[in-house]
Design a protein around this ligand. Structure first.
Ligand SMILES: *Cc1c(COP(=O)(O)O)cnc(C)c1O
Length: 407
C-alpha cells in the first residue's frame, strides 16, 4: 500500500489568502467600476536598483563566453558574495561572523523551512503568535506536532505577542522548549525587539541549551538607532543562534531569489548520548546533498547590493516604503487607532477595535481597500489587520483619503 505522509493532512488549509482573493473578486464582480487598492501584499513593488541590474547584465555576458563561463558554483555560495556579507552585514556592525559561516541560498523561506531537518523528531518548538506560517507548517509536515485544534497545533508552544508585551514575548514563556523561532522586525506585527530583549533571549537559550532561529528578513528597514540588525549583536549568540537573511525585502529580490543563512562554528545540538554535534557541518551536508546553489547571475546581483551605489540605491527604495508606512501610520493614528510597526518595518499592525474579518470587509466594501486580517496569522492576531507599505505613493495617498472617509 502506498501510504502518504499523514502529517500533511494535519495542515490547516491556508485559507487566508484564498479567502481574501475570494472576497475581493466577489466585491469587484458586484462593483465593476470600483478601483480597488491592495494594501495586503507582502511583496515589493519597486524595480531592482540600477547597480544590481548592471551587475546582472554583466554576469549574463560572463556566461555568454567560454573564457568567463560559470557552471556549478561553490556549494556555500561564491566567495565574492560571502566576503561582502561578512564585511558589510556583520564586521561593520562589530559582529564577528566569518565568510565560511555564511551559506548563500535561494531565499530565506527555503532555509527557514529546511533547517528543521537537522533536529530530532522530539524537539520542543516555540513560535510567536501571530506567526509567519513557514515556521509552523514545516514542523507539522515533519511530524513534530499533534492535530490542529481551534487554530493551534498540539505539541507546539505558542508565544502570544500582543500589546501587553509590546509584541515581544518573554523567554520564560518558552521554558521547556528546545527551539524558538524569532523574527524581528516582525512579519506580521512590524514590531522590533530591543537589544535588551534579544539579549534576554540569548541568555535564556544559552542557559537552557536551546537554539534561537532568528529571521532577520526585514533588517534593512530598521532606522531606530540601537535596535539590533542581527542576533549576533548580542553577547553569546554565536553559541545559540542561527540567523536567516534575505535579499527579497532588502533589495527587491522576491522574484530573483537570494538569501543566506549563518551557522556559526562551534554551535551545537546534542546526540542521544549527550555528546555535542556541530550544526555547521550538518547544514553543509544538507545543502550539498539537496541544493545546488543560487545562480551566478543572481549572486553577482546580490554582490552589487554591497557596492557604494548599490547600498545608496537600496536604502532609497526602503526609505520610500518607510515613508509610505509613516504617512499611513500617522493618518490611521489620527483616526484614533493604535498602530504597531510602520517605523522600522514595512508592515503596520492596526488594532481594529473589532473582529479582523469585520474590519477587513468594511474597508473592502466601503473604501475599496484590501488589507490582511490578523486572525489569518494566528489566534492572537484576531482583532488586528496588517497593512503593507509595499505600494506606489499614489495608491498610498489615495488609500489614506479613503480610510479617513470610513474609519
Ligand atoms: C518575506 C519574508 C522572508 C523572505 O523570504 P524569501 O524566501 O527570501 O523571499 C522571510 N521571512 C519572513 C518573515 C518574510 O516575511
Amino acid at each position: 500500500m502506498l501510504h502518504v505522509n499523514e502529517n500533511y493532512s494535519k495542515i490547516k488549509a491556508s485559507y487566508l489568502f484564498t479567502e481574501i482573493a475570494h472576497r475581493v473578486s466577489a466585491h469587484q464582480a458586484a462593483n465593476p467600476d470600483a478601483k480597488i487598492i491592495r494594501l495586503g501584499i507582502g511583496d515589493v513593488t519597486e524595480p531592482l536598483a540600477p547597480a544590481v541590474i548592471e551587475a546582472m547584465h554583466k554576469a549574463v555576458d560572463d556566461v555568454a563566453d567560454r573564457s568567463s563561463f560559470y557552471g556549478y558554483g561553490p556549494e556555500q555560495g561564491y566567495a565574492f558574495l560571502r566576503d561582502k556579507v561578512a564585511a558589510v552585514d556583520f564586521a561593520e556592525r562589530g559582529v564577528d561572523i566569518a565568510s565560511d559561516e555564511i551559506f548563500i541560498s535561494d531565499g530565506a523561506k527555503c532555509d527557514c523551512g529546511n533547517i528543521q531537518e537537522l533536529f530530532g523528531d522530539d524537539v520542543k518548538i516555540a513560535v510567536g503568535d501571530p506567526v509567519y506560517p513557514v515556521y509552523v507548517d514545516t514542523n507539522v509536515m515533519a511530524g513534530r506536532t499533534g492535530a490542529n485544534e481551534n487554530g493551534r497545533y498540539a505539541n507546539l508552544t505558542y508565544l502570544t505577542c500582543d500589546a501587553s508585551n509590546g509584541f515581544v514575548p518573554s523567554p520564560e514563556s518558552a521554558n521547556g522548549c528546545d527551539i524558538v523561532y524569532l523574527c524581528y522586525p516582525n512579519n506580521p506585527t512590524g514590531a522590533v525587539a530591543t537589544k535588551e530583549q534579544l539579549q534576554a533571549w540569548v541568555d535564556w537559550a544559552n542557559a537552557n541549551k536551546a537554539l534561537i532561529l532568528f529571521d532577520a528578513a526585514y533588517e534593512a528597514f530598521i532606522r531606530t538607532p540601537g535596535i539590533p540588525h542581527s542576533i549576533y549583536e548580542c553577547e553569546g549568540a554565536r553559541k545559540c543562534a542561527i540567523e536567516f537573511r534575505s535579499y527579497s525585502k532588502t533589495a527587491g529580490f522576491t522574484g530573483i531569489r537570494c538569501g543566506y543563512t549563518v551557522v556559526p562554528k562551534g554551535l551545537v545540538a546534542y546526540a542521544a548520548d549527550g555528546s555535542p554535534v556541530e550544526l555547521r557541518p550538518m547544514w553543509m551536508r544538507r545543502q550539498t546533498t539537496k541544493f545546488n546553489g543560487a545562480s551566478y547571475i543572481t549572486q553577482r546581483g546580490a554582490e552589487a547590493v554591497y557596492s557604494p551605489e548599490g547600498r545608496e540605491q537600496c536604502r532609497k527604495i526602503i526609505d520610500f516604503y518607510l515613508e509610505n508606512g509613516r504617512l499611513m501610520k500617522e493618518a490611521i493614528e489620527s483616526l484614533g487607532y493604535s498602530v504597531t510597526g510602520g517605523g522600522d518595518s514595512p508592515y503596520l499592525w492596526v488594532d481594529a477595535k473589532g473582529g479582523s474579518w469585520d474590519i477587513f470587509d468594511k474597508l473592502l466594501k466601503e473604501a475599496n481597500v484590501v488589507t490582511t486580517p490578523g486572525a489569518g496569522f494566528g489566534a492572537a492576531g484576531e482583532g488586528y489587520i496588517r497593512i503593507s507599505s509595499f505600494n506606489s505613493r499614489e495608491n498610498v495617498l489615495e488609500a489614506i483619503e479613503r480610510l479617513k472617509g470610513v474609519l
